[in-house]
Design a protein around this ligand. Structure first.
Ligand code: DLZ
Length: 155
């Protein structure tokens, strides 16, 4: 992946340090999305981004990430929006509708505003699989989402 060193660390352009990020977090499956938020926040901080340049907003569920992302991306001073959520298929009868709506919605927000809008939404079959991707054996996808935002700001 461009901009990512073999160690997995991002090669940071100093100009990125001045950028402002919004992190929009879904409250559904909160224990998982809070772990994603912690991963995203610490990944930005580890690249020298001041905590005052990171704005956190909460939305009720992943379905609402789209509107949350649009409102943040429309702000002049926000450079990138990182959206974090967790949808568990085994517990969500309308899983496919929610996931598709969020994926299309976030793509549209990104294309309409011309800003990176990152899809940091876990879409897993089980709660266990979600834990494994929120600081477990498969890493923390919130951290990955933050690295993707940094990479797109280099673009
Ligand atoms: C309703 C619902 C269900 C059943 N499951 C999830 C989920 O696993 N993950 C998630 O982020 N949100 C879920 N929601 C809530 C919807 O995203 C949304 O908030 C409601 O349908 C109201 O629009």
């Amino acid at each position: 992946m461009p901009g990512v060193l073999p160690s997995g660390k991002v090669k940071v352009n100093p100009s990125v340090k001045k950028k402002k990020f919004a992190i929009v977090v879904s409250q559904w499956n909160e224990e998982i999305t809070e772990a994603l938020f912690a991963g995203a926040f610490s990944a930005l901080r580890s690249q020298g981004i001041d905590s005052r340049q990171i704005i956190r907003k909460s939305v009720p569920g992943s379905f609402e990430l789209t509107l949350g992302a649009l409102k943040m991306a429309q702000k002049k001073d926000i450079d990138a929006v990182i959206c974090l959520g967790c949808v568990i298929k085994g517990e969500t009868p309308h899983f496919d509708y929610i996931c598709q709506a969020v994926a299309y919605g976030l793509t549209e927000v990104s294309l309409k505003t011309g800003k990176p809008v990152i899809f940091g939404v876990l879409t897993t079959l089980t709660r266990q699989q979600a834990y494994e991707r929120a600081g477990g054996k498969y890493g923390n996808k919130g951290e990955e989402a933050a690295r993707t935002a940094l990479n797109m700001l280099h673009f």
